[in-house]
Design a protein around this ligand. Structure first.
Ligand code: ZN
Ligand code: ZN
Ligand code: ZN
Ligand code: ZN
Ligand code: ZN
Length: 239
């Protein structure tokens, strides 16, 4: 990775902005002690093989090369064309904005963002592609949580679906209410039955009480009356 491609620049760049190692426009320019200028990467790579200047052959100490910030900034202000010019981008902008532009350039070749799709397309064609991409997935915009594909999107009627869910829940509630009512009615009839039984038991207890009373009243009267009380009506029999 050397300097910037000369072809990228709107105006042909000055000769002194060209790196003698890569023949590109200086990228991160550094100056050696002998005052020759190169891209930082280019000269470091060169010095790994031989520690002499590629221009004047003087010895170069790798620790004595200096980054030229001002020159770097002025190169950054130079106008360039978009690298997607051949695909149709007519934009020009400062070199320092190259990355920013590529992130929004409509002629940038990008992969389809939907998982599983292998298509490469221009950013400006993404909408058209997405309308037909079989890997297109999107959650329902109504927020029902359904993940839609192109084939299910046409049938998806969020209002209808919510209504169906609501109705099925209501049916469920109604079934529970009916079951509870049935249970209550059964309990009521059981209670009525028990009431009747208790009534019958009470009645029979009263009858038994009455009988008891009658027996109690009759017992002593009968024993005494048979000797003295019956004497008056049936006196003749005893006497
Ligand atoms: Zn270079
Ligand atoms: Zn030199
Ligand atoms: Zn562009
Ligand atoms: Zn796709
Ligand atoms: Zn929905």
């Amino acid at each position: 990775i050397g300097g910037y491609d000369v072809e990228l620049f709107v105006e042909p760049p000055d000769y002194d902005l060209i790196c003698t190692i890569c023949q590109g426009v200086l990228r991160c320019p550094v100056r050696s002690a002998c005052h020759h200028i190169f891209c930082k990467k280019c000269i470091l790579q060169w010095l790994r093989r031989q520690e002499t200047c590629p221009c004047c052959r003087k010895p170069v100490n790798p620790s004595l090369i200096f980054v030229m910030y001002k020159l770097s900034k002025s190169i950054g202000r130079t106008k360039i064309k978009c690298k997607n010019e051949i695909r149709g981008c007519k934009d020009t902008f400062p070199l320092s904005e190259q990355y920013c532009h590529s992130m929004s350039c409509l002629y940038e070749l990008i992969p389809c963002p939907y998982q599983g799709c292998r298509a490469q397309l221009l950013r400006r064609d993404l909408d058209t592609h997405a309308r037909h991409c079989e890997h297109w997935r999107q959650p329902c915009h109504m927020g029902c949580g359904t993940i839609l594909t192109h084939s299910t999107q046409a049938q998806h009627n969020c209002y209808k679906q919510l209504r169906q869910e609501y109705e099925s829940r209501q049916r469920n509630h109604r079934a529970i209410a009916t079951a509870l009512q049935r249970k209550m009615r059964r309990m009521q009839s059981t209670m009525a039955h028990m009431k009747r039984q208790i009534g019958l038991i009470c009645e029979s207890l009263e009858v038994m009480d009455d009988l008891h009373e009658v027996e109690e009243e009759e017992d002593p009267g009968d024993s005494s009356g048979s000797f003295s009380g019956t004497s008056s009506p049936n006196g003749g029999v005893v006497a």
